[in-house]
Every structure is written in C-alpha cells, then in structure tokens.
Design a protein around this ligand. Structure first.
Ligand SMILES: [Zn+2]
Length: 255
C-alpha cells in the first residue's frame, strides 16, 4: 500500500457516515472529575515509536498502537512501517498493542465475514511476530464502518475507536469512540482547543496520529508540534493512559 487510499466520498456513503454514530451503539457513561488523555498511533510507522512514544516515555507516559500486521516492513506515505523488532520494543516499553485489521481494510465497504477474517488474520500474524498480550481494542481504518460491522465486532473488542472528532464525555459509544487528530498545521489548533477544554469539562480525550517527523504526511505531525501537544496535556492536568487502562478508569468513574 504505497498510495493513500480514500474511503468512498459518494453521497450515500456520506449520509451513512453521518447517521452511523446514532446506530449500533454500545454506550458507556463517562463521568470524570479529572480528565484522561490517551495517545494513540495507527498502522504504524517506525517514527511513531522512535519519535512519538519515546517523547511520551520522558514523562513516563505510555501509548496505544493500533497495528495492521499487513503493513509490516512497508514503505509508504507515512515513511517506513514497523517490523517485528519494533513490536518487541513496544512490549518491552509496556505500550499497548491493539488491532486495525490485517490489510488496513475499509470496514465501511466490507462484509462482516470479510472484517472478521481480517481480524483473525491480524491476530495470527501479530502472534507470529511475537506479540504476547491479547488484542482487546481496535481502531476502524480510515474511521469507516457500518452498522453490521459495529455490531459484529462488539463481541470481539472491549472498545473500537473511530475518527469522529471530540471528547468522550457523558454518553460515549464503545463501538466507535471519538478521537482527535494530531495532524500537522491548522487542524492541530482545534485539537489543542479540546485539550484546553478538559480543564473546565473533564472527559476522556483520545488523540491519534501516524508519522512523527519533520515534513510529516497529511496524517502525521512534526516533532515540534508533538512536543507542543505534550505540554498542553501536561497543563491540562490530565492523567495519561493507554486506551485499555483508561477504559478501566472510566468504568470506575475515576476521580
Ligand atoms: Zn490506519
């Protein structure tokens, strides 16, 4: 996969994407007194680990990596992808490894059978590459899904994350958790605003990005912007945890 794939932009696809947040929900109550932030990396390029996660480690923070095993060793628009050694590195540094289908499938355009087969294939491949922990959390590639797949995966993962921008607070959908992009340029300001907003209205904010490097892709961030984000999260007073641990805190009405 060398060129970025774009999910369907047809009118019907746009309408179903708009309605989807209301359908096939698995609601959880998010009532926090202190905000929680989760840093997440998708796919993942090596720079996510050696630039992004290593910057987090300076604050003793850990992240969640949503891994599509079929991207191992691939060079694409995000730069060089992870390999087996990098997965060992993630485990040694106690980061969380989560699922993202095997081939980075557009689940909005796929049947339940196709998606479940991809998830099984990803799990087998990750195990073969030395991943020991169970894969309990998932992010929809491109943030796309459909009602059938939201329902089908609910029994397989404790949470699924989408890309609909926002903070999870009040009533949140475990089948498609909201998130906020750490993307270079103007979009970052909106996310920094969400982080700032946590001070007044605590919630669970899941940040996501891909490559972390100078001249990043459209879906990545510079190291300078990543540091700026870390500083904003520090200033918000949020607890920083991988998705799985954050979800346990949320379930206990942490704070
Ligand atoms: Zn992805």
């Amino acid at each position: 996969m060398n060129a970025p794939y774009q999910p369907s932009m047809s009118l019907s696809a746009k309408i179903s994407r708009k309605l989807l947040p209301l359908r096939a929900r698995r609601d959880i109550r998010v009532l926090l007194k202190r905000p929680i932030v989760s840093f997440t990396f998708d796919d993942f390029p090596r720079s996510a680990l050696y630039e992004g996660a290593d910057m987090l480690a300076k604050h003793k923070w850990r992240a969640t990596f949503y891994v599509a095993a079929g991207l191992a060793g691939v060079q694409n628009h995000h730069g060089q992808s992870f390999d087996k050694t990098d997965l060992a590195g993630l485990q040694a540094k106690s980061h969380e490894i989560a699922g993202h289908t095997y081939s980075h499938l557009d689940c909005g355009q796929s049947t339940q059978k196709q998606v479940l087969a991809e998830i099984a294939r990803n799990n087998v491949a990750l195990t073969a590459m030395g991943v020991k922990s169970p894969i309990e959390h998932f992010a929809w590639p491109y943030g796309t899904t459909n009602i059938g797949n939201k329902t089908a995966l609910a029994g397989h993962f404790k949470s699924m994350r989408g890309v609909m921008s926002g903070v999870n607070r009040g009533r949140a959908d475990l089948n498609c958790l909201k998130s906020a992009p750490l993307f270079s340029g103007a979009k970052l300001n909106h996310t920094l605003g969400l982080i700032e907003g946590l001070k007044k209205r605590p919630g669970w904010l899941i940040l996501f990005t891909h490559d972390v490097r100078d001249n990043p892709s459209e879906w990545g961030v510079t190291t300078k912007e990543f540091l700026e984000t870390i500083a904003a999260v520090k200033a918000s007073g949020a607890l920083v945890l991988p998705v799985g641990e954050a979800l346990e805190m949320v379930k206990n009405d942490y704070g």
